[in-house]
Each structure stands twice: as structure tokens, then as C-alpha cells.
Write a protein that binds this ligand. Sequence first.
Ligand SMILES: Cc1cc2nc3c(=O)[nH]c(=O)nc-3n(C[C@H](O)[C@H](O)[C@H](O)COP(=O)(O)O)c2cc1C
Length: 411
Amino acid sequence: MTAAPALAGKKITLCVAGSIAAYKAVLLARRLLAEGAELDVSLTASARAFIGPATFSGLTGRPVLGEMFAPDQAGEPHVVLGKASDLVLVVPATADALARFAHGRADDFTSALVLCAACPVLAAPAMHPSMWANPATVRNLAMLATDGRIRLIGPVAGAVASGDIGMGRMAEPNTIFDAVLRTLTERQTLRGVRLLVTAGPTTEDIDPVRYVGNRSSGKMGFAVAERAAELGAQVTLIAGPVSLPTPPGVTRVDVQSAESLRNALWHVLGGDLGGTDALVMAAAVADYRPAAASLTKLRRSDAPLTLELVPNPDLLAEIGRARRRTRPVLVGFALGTEDDADAVVTARRKLADKRVDFVVSNHADESIGRDDIRAVLVGPSDEEHVPFGPKRALADRILARVGSELAARRA
Ligand SMILES: Cc1cc2nc3c(=O)[nH]c(=O)nc-3n(C[C@H](O)[C@H](O)[C@H](O)COP(=O)(O)O)c2cc1C
């Protein structure tokens, strides 16, 4: 017996916008159809200047959509498709289309459909690097990130149609296809789970313009939040000062200092810790803060300046102590500069002292600020070595373990 194609029965609407990269949407359409997707295609008016409807209707066997007021049209196709689609894809997504989505415009078929969509929306931006870097586009993307309804695939750095090189080249059709497959076929292993994640550094004020901080980029915690949301969890992300977009579907709370992070944590947890099922403490919370922050800017002088630092509360230990039974599942991080054997000893001590369920032990050179990471997941009686790879891959291992811990508590 042969297995059913991966996308059999999945209704996908592919919206093509006006970029030279529109021809690549044909390759994507062919792969989606080959995997059994029921595909509708819409072309914006500009897209029709780049590629003809005959190509897509020939491939799909269906009329191509895209006109808001087609002469022989009945009903409201943007509403019908918005309800019926399992996924809406915008490939390529132009700067103008992204601007329309950010502002909730509905003056063409594609933006009206995106506004109506009751399913995930993936968009693959394609544009000249100058358009991508323009503050207006940056602003529009920030609004889309805050809304969290549209997930971007790419763009990537590389050569664009003009021959210029930079960020703005559309992700390759195979990369977009992989994202589609993940979105539509991944088992929702964390559906219904409430997950709280902390990420990034904290900054501790010296005076109104200076602070003590650390080099954490927040990428690990954001990867955990993003993957957890993709796996169906209800995710709250408490983020220190980082410049990363909010992963789609994630509720974000921004904080600065350890104290504000602590307040945000307890606000979500509630006094009885019943506000979440699991907590992943990936933030690099400052261990110390200046004893007193000056209310005015310290003036330069030739005399040495001594800064007195006092310890911040140990948030993980505080929550571990407050935990009466085994909920929430608690995951700590231990970042060190020692070798693996010593790091595991340190992690196991942290595990016992702070009463957490497992600790992600990692080396500063192999994690901080990077997109990839190597780590050891240290439990009370086991260690799992996760080889060098993307932070999303380590996030998957952490979340698989969180899932097992929750299942063990339900058993
Ligand atoms: C030759 C040519 C290539 C273009 N390529 C792009 C592109 O890659 N990305 C983009 O955002 N706009 C590009 N544009 C501009 C868009 O086509 C234009 O902003 C259009 O209004 C977008 O409409 P749409 O978003 O409804 O498809 C291009 C225009 C021309 C004439």
C-alpha cells in the first residue's frame, strides 16, 4: 500500500503578488499539487504583469482568482476561501502587499482574503534590499510581528533581480514548501499546554543612560516560544531588551531589569503558580545590580569610579521553592565556560538546589549570540547530549522533554 501524499485533503490558497520572483510561485504550486494539495491561486493585478493566469489554471484545473469584482462572480470568494482554506500563502509577498496587510487594508482580493483568513498565513517577502531596509517596511513588519497573524518565510541575503546583492531575495520554493509541510502536518503535541518562556538579557540601571547588562541575544528563548506555538501551546514570552520579532501566535511582555522580569513572571504565574503548565527560564537574568541607580547622569571625572553591586533575587530558586507539587514543569538554563564534565556537575547541583525538573547546560562560546548551539539536557539521573545545530532544533528537544514531564504527571 502506498502512503497518501503529505498534503492530501489540505486546502491551500496561493496568492501571488507583483514581483519578478512570481515565476518561482509556479515551482511551488507544482510541488504543492504533487503532494496532493487542493490548490486555489490568486494573482494580484500587478502579478498578472509578471505571470499569466493560464499557467496556474493549467496546473490547478481551476479558474484563477484575484479580481474583487469579477463579472460572473457570485458570493464573496474572499470570505469563502478565508473560511475554507487550511493555509493561505503569499508568494512572493511584495513590500506593498505587506504594507496592506500591516494596515488591515482590504481594497484588493489578496488583502481582503488575508484579512478574512481563519487559518495560518505564511508570506515569503521578495524585494530589493533598499525596499526591505526602508524604515516604512521595517515599521510595517514590526506591526505584523506584533499582530502575530502572518508568519514570514525569509527573505534571505543574496542576489536580487537587479543584480544587487543584499537582504530581500525570496526564500527558495523548496524552503517555502518545507514550511508549508511543517505548518500543515506537524502533530500539535502541545495543544492546550500553557507555556511561559523568558528570553534575552536583563539590564540593570547605573543611571538614566547607562546600565550593566550581558550578551544574551534572546534567540534561544524566542526559538522555544516559536516552536511551542507551532506545536499548539498557548505561549507567553517575557522578553528582556532584544530586537527580535515576536513569533506568530505568541503573547509577548517586554521587560528591562531583573526586578521587572520578576514582576512579570509572578503576574503570569499567580501566587499558587497555577497560571502556567510549564516554565522555560531561558533569560540571562543579571545576577547583580547596582546598589543604587543614580537618578541623574553620572558626570565624568578623573577619579576612579567604584560601582557597588548587590545580588538580584534568584528567580528560578524562588519559583522552585514556591512549587508545592510538581507543577509547573520547571526548566532552567546553565551557561558556563567550563568543560562538559564540570558543566554537568554544576547543572546537577543547580537542579537540586533550585528544585527544577531539568537544566539546559551550554557553553558561552557555543551559544551566546549565535543562531546555533550545542547543549546537554541534564535531568536528575540522565543527560541528553544535543549536538551543534539550530536553536530551533534544541527547542524541539526541550519541548519534547517538557511534553514527557507533563505526560508523566497526568499518568
Ligand atoms: C519590473 C518590476 C519588478 C518589481 N519587483 C518587485 C519586487 O520584487 N518586490 C516588490 O515589493 N515590488 C516589486 N515591484 C513593485 C510592485 O510590483 C508594485 O509595488 C505593485 O504595486 C505591487 O502590487 P501587489 O502587491 O498588489 O502585487 C516591481 C515592479 C516592477 C515594474
